[in-house]
Design a protein around this ligand. Structure first.
Ligand code: MG
Length: 363
């Protein structure tokens, strides 16, 4: 049988991946969605009632891949700048072969300046498309066992004691809580949590402690309250004081704001016990897996974190969660108008979809 004839017969039920490069271009579209928060969200950095996140849809061969990135103001990006950045490369992107996503994403990184959430949305849309094309969930594509997915924390926003207690009661199904600290009312908030539950608590200071001495004092107090780890006690650029702190406390200290990209990790390794990897910050699942592998090679613990976003971005990150020690992937639970259904939590454990690609369903 001639090769062309063989390909024609084999195409039924097989994967015509070779053919896709020759197929007509994809349809790529962008969208900004306003996600409404269930509770007003307060950190040391901001307070808000909604978040605008950025979506990319990549459609080709009757398959649509969906990607989402949550822009971070601190890194000089917004849903609008992400939208403009991807719109500027749309004609080029529509002609790319998504099965060659390594090459495509390297080029996306060269073509888009900053706008990491935009890169993440493109990367995720490509993985969703390729997973669906191959008929495998993204976790399986990466060779992972979805039973290894960890328990995720559930975040309790900073508020007055009575409201904090109510939020903790609402969080009854989740066995590990995450609490923001680094504000003047840390004692009030942690004591309020402890007055209604004995669950494990992970704390996030978001760079909020005023000095290394204040950090040590507070971390040792937090340990007595049953807090098991803390993120980012000091400002991102302050690495010198981290070892001074680590010599005086027991709990693991995880870098978050200090850790954005793969190249940050080697210089953080001597100063932290672990790193928080966020897909929206690094620019996608490919870059995220690089960060996880680099951190592992340096003996660091790895947390997979998230921004407030829909199930699209959170499910994408969750597909890598079998690789990490700690998951903080509750961002989709904090909104009231999630357009998708994907990853679920059962008693906090992440349950990854077994459907191809991200495994999203429209709500
Ligand atoms: Mg953090």
């Amino acid at each position: 049988m001639k090769r062309r004839a063989f390909l024609g017969t084999a195409a039924v039920g097989a994967l015509p991946l070779n053919a896709s490069a020759a197929a007509p271009g994809a349809t790529v579209s962008t969208k900004i969605r306003r996600l409404n928060l269930k509770h007003t969200w307060t950190t040391v950095m901001s307070s808000s009632d909604y978040r605008d996140t950025f979506f990319v849809e990549f459609s080709k061969d009757g398959i649509t891949g969906i990607g989402e990135g949550a822009p971070i103001v601190r890194y000089k990006e917004s849903a609008q700048t992400c939208d403009a950045a991807v719109k500027a490369i749309l004609p080029w992107l529509a002609e790319q072969d998504p099965t060659q996503f390594n090459k495509v994403m390297a080029d996306v990184f060269r073509r888009i300046d900053g706008n990491w959430a935009a890169k993440a949305a493109v990367d995720i849309a490509l993985f969703d498309w390729v997973g669906q094309k191959l008929g495998v969930p993204v976790w399986r594509y990466f060779g992972l066992d979805r039973n290894d997915a960890p328990v995720s924390t559930f975040s309790i926003g900073i508020d007055k004691a009575e409201i904090v207690k109510e939020k903790v009661r609402e969080a009854e199904p989740y066995p590990v809580l995450k609490v923001k600290v680094g504000l003047d009312n840390d004692e009030e908030v942690i004591s309020a949590v402890r007055s209604v539950t004995n669950k494990a608590i992970r704390a996030d200071a978001n760079e909020g402690f005023k000095s290394k001495e204040a950090a040590v004092e507070k971390i040792n107090w937090l340990e007595k309250q049953g807090v098991e780890l803390i993120e980012q006690p000091l400002p991102a650029a302050n690495l010198e004081d981290m070892n001074w702190i680590r010599k005086r406390v027991h709990m693991p200290i995880i870098a978050d704001e200090s850790c954005l990209h793969p190249q940050d990790i080697p210089r953080l390794a001597p100063h932290f016990d672990g790193v928080n990897v966020k897909i929206d910050k690094c620019g996608g699942l490919l870059e995220g897996t690089r960060m996880i592998q680099i951190a592992r090679s340096l003996g660091l613990k790895v947390m997979l974190g998230c921004m407030v976003s829909s199930s699209a971005a959170i499910t994408a990150a969750s597909h890598l969660s079998p690789l990490v020690d700690y998951a903080d992937l509750d961002g989709y639970l904090l909104i009231s108008n999630d357009p998708y259904e994907g990853v679920r939590m059962e008693r906090g454990k992440l349950i990854l979809p077994d459907r191809p690609g991200l495994g999203l369903k429209a709500r």
